[in-house]
Design a binder for this molecule. Structure first.
Ligand code: ADP
Ligand code: ZN
Length: 718
């Protein structure tokens, strides 16, 4: 059997993702590998597939008992015999597994590292007698002190290579942090490892940061649009997880709390309930989540500021493992940053404190960012990325800008008059001419006192934030956050430079999902899945993922042969559950007069239903198009509409994609073939490599336009 055939047969997928195929080939050649792939990227398959093809036993080292059970259940359901050994089992069960191992009846054995090198050498002695063909080290970053999850037992794993010299070792992690990556390689003692690094971009996650005002109301507002969805809400303190979970329960949400201070029984119970969708929302400290493999987490909310980007990215990464569109929302207040500063100080370790503070600063920068959030994240992890992802709050927003030079001048001169010694709260009171005692008498004599009384406090606060973000002010780092002028401020004060501010009524465009699936059928499929899950006592997402159900509800397969084409149905699952699901689909289709659309699914594609860009034909697009037809250039339209040129290009591409605008209007005819060629050879998943190949003569805008045109052609031809 080839790897591709095994992928079909056991996992029900027809294409490899990322570098899965190359990684698998390497393992089959008995070579060591290190795999760096984001959460949800498909790491497990990199050792599970060789495990199926190699005639022997694969040992999987994994730090978490909960995760092991999940993986083993899932493998067994797909017809791959696997087991785990851990402290939750009684001697009888363990013996049973030993017998199966001896008889070569298992393909994968999951073990916790501390078991492997326990006090007596019994397990190791036993393993030596078996036909071990592969060793997988999951969550390999646990070996590094630099990582966020250091586990001393992992250091022992360096010894594995001596124990089993000829057996390929595959180390896997989702950590994007370069220092940790290097450390893993240093410590693991691999033999000439090939390192596979995938892009860490999680394209199905939409990143948003909102100013924290009334966090509970903001949260309820967010949740009200996600009533059926499962999600995680991260809080800083244990106490607030419990309080918030209780408040959400009062509002009718199935929420529970999780933190390290709860007793083990409660923790296990809450976690289990979450996996089984009995609890929809887990309100947790960061103690929750590592190894949580639940694929249908639709959102992750941070109600408090995370301490660093690494943690934030890891936590948000728990959303959308199944590849379906998911949300990450962070509620930011500058006060949180000040609170965290004191936590970041490590006693008697100035060097460490400085690192922590720098990381916190980066986190704050991210929150105050006035540019694409995804680009910031990718650059943070040293990955090139274009400046418009199209799916973060910044890229989805249209900002109405106005000339705020006068406002900026007032703010700057107030700060200058106050000798750069006060924070924004005082400066705003001063500008608004507050009569409060707090304002020094001598300040009330100054000319700028009350010069900004016509602007509300809230608006002033926003303007100051923007001015800081644009570099017209910086904050003192003595703990008082006094506003200081910068070299940029001078030009504005002298009237040499204009400042653009964002008007209050800035709106975020709602991303409407393309409703191409049948919601009624989706509900019925979920019900069917839940029934099976309960009767088998397994989490629903292990039976079939949401992505698989969504495909069914989209293509309405009516026969076994058609169902086979749905991503996620391997042979065993098809035989086991195919008929039950077909019955649901047939009945529903008959009642609603629906027929199979499986033909539209030309070829079985990966389950990663690309987060589809909504077909946006709102008025704003039309407005751009009208101006374009009047003969205006992109730059002129951008100026006239107060939008960025990138946004305007995006609007126009929309019309290229529908065929209403010819691509040659946007891209010079002679440039098109080269772009088309590059897209055909390298795909259109990522723009930055295309840009790199094409060079400086080709802009991102031109590349995007050609992609839009190719999409149009493809649709027109099919
Ligand atoms: P990771 O361990 O990297 O976080 P997983 O191994 O849990 O990710 O995989 C995430 C999801 O993607 C799983 O539901 C898995 O079955 C699915 N998956 C993995 N490889 C493929 C593939 N080639 N095609 C489609 N889906 C895949
Ligand atoms: Zn963006």
């Amino acid at each position: 059997m080839t790897p591709l055939q095994a992928l079909q047969k056991y996992f029900g997928y027809s294409n490899f993702r990322h570098s899965q195929e190359a990684i698998i080939k390497r393992v089959l050649d008995k070579k060591d590998v290190m795999v760096l792939m984001p959460t949800g990227g498909g790491k497990s398959l990199c050792y599970q597939l060789p495990a199926v093809l190699l005639n022997g036993i694969t040992i999987v080292i994994s730090p978490l008992i909960a995760l092991m059970k999940d993986q083993v259940d899932s493998l067994n359901l797909s017809g791959i015999p696997a087991a785990f050994l851990n402290s939750s089992q009684n001697p009888e069960e363990q013996k049973d597994i030993a017998v199966q191992l001896k008889n070569n009846e298992l393909r994968l054995l999951y073990i916790a590292p501390e078991r492997l090198f326990g006090k007596d050498d019994r397990l190791m002695t036993f393993l030596r007698t078996l036909n071990i063909v592969q060793i997988a080290i999951d969550e390999a970053h646990c070996i590094s002190q630099w990582g966020h999850d250091f586990r001393p037992e992992y250091l022992m794993l360096a010894g594995l290579k001596n124990e089993f010299p000829g057996v390929p070792v595959i180390a896997l992690t989702a950590t994007a942090d370069k220092l940790t990556q290097k450390d893993i390689l240093d410590k693991l003692n691999l033999h000439e490892p090939a390192v596979f690094i995938s892009s860490f971009n999680r394209e199905n996650i939409t990143y948003r940061v909102h100013q924290k005002t009334k966090s509970f109301d903001q949260l309820l507002n967010f949740l009200s649009e996600r009533k059926e969805d499962s999600g995680i809400i991260y809080c800083l303190s244990r106490k607030s997880t419990e309080a918030l979970a209780a408040d959400l329960k009062d509002e009718g949400y199935a929420a529970e709390a999780y933190h390290a201070g709860l007793n083990n029984e409660v923790k296990a119970h809450n976690q289990e309930a979450f996996l089984k969708d009995e609890v929809k929302i887990m309100v947790a400290t960061i103690a929750f989540g590592m190894g949580i493999n639940k694929s249908n987490v639709r959102f992750v909310v941070h109600v408090d500021l995370p301490k660093n980007i690494e943690g934030y990215y890891q936590e948000t990464g728990r959303a959308g493992r199944d590849g379906l569109p998911s949300d990450a929302l962070l509620l930011y207040s500058p006060g949180d940053a000040i609170k965290l500063k004191s936590f970041a100080m490590v006693d008697n370790n100035a060097e460490q404190s400085a690192i922590m503070l720098k990381k916190l600063d980066d986190m704050v920068d991210y929150c105050q960012l006035h540019a694409c959030r995804r680009q910031y994240l990718m650059h943070y992890f040293d990955e090139p990325f274009p400046d418009n992802c199209g799916s973060c709050d910044f890229c989805l927003s249209e900002f109405v800008k106005f000339d705020g030079t006068l406002i900026a001048q007032k703010a700057l001169s107030a700060v200058a008059r106050l000798k750069e010694r006060f924070g924004s709260a005082y400066v705003i009171d001063f500008l608004r001419g507050s009569k409060r005692e707090k304002i020094w008498e001598e300040h009330k004599q100054l000319k700028t006192y009350g010069a900004g009384a016509d602007i509300s406090r809230a608006d002033w606060m926003r303007y100051f934030r923007e001015l800081i973000a644009m570099g017209y002010f910086k904050l003192s780092d003595d703990g008082y956050s006094a506003l200081k002028l910068t070299t940029k401020s001078e030009a504005v004060l002298k009237g040499l430079e204009k400042v653009e501010l964002i008007a209050a009524q800035t709106i975020e465009e709602k991303e409407q999902e393309e409703v191409s699936f049948d919601a009624g059928l989706m509900n019925q499929l979920r019900k069917q899945r839940q029934e099976i899950a309960i009767s088998e006592n397994l989490p629903a997402y292990i039976i079939l993922s949401d992505a698989t159900l969504l495909e069914i509800a989209t293509y309405l397969p009516q026969k076994m042969d058609e169902l086979r084409l749905i991503s996620g149905f391997g042979d065993v699952k098809l035989a086991k559950y195919g008929r039950e699901f077909l019955a649901v689909i047939n009945t529903y289709s008959k009642e609603n007069g629906l027929v199979s659309k499986i033909d539209q699914k030309a070829k079985k594609r990966t389950s990663k239903t690309k987060s589809k860009k909504p077909a946006r034909t709102s008025d704003t697009f039309k407005a751009t198009f009208t101006l374009y037809k009047e003969g205006k250039t992109v730059t002129e339209i951008a100026l006239e509409r107060g939008l960025s040129p990138t946004t305007i290009e995006g609007h126009l591409n929309n019309f290229v994609q529908t065929g209403e605008l010819d691509v040659s209007e946007i891209v010079a005819q002679e440039k098109i073939p080269a772009i088309k060629d590059a897209v055909e050879s390298y795909g259109n998943d990522k723009l930055s490599p295309l840009k790199e190949i094409l060079g400086d003569d080709y802009s991102y805008g031109e590349i995007k336009a050609v992609i839009a045109w190719m999409n149009y052609k493809q649709k027109a031809e099919s």
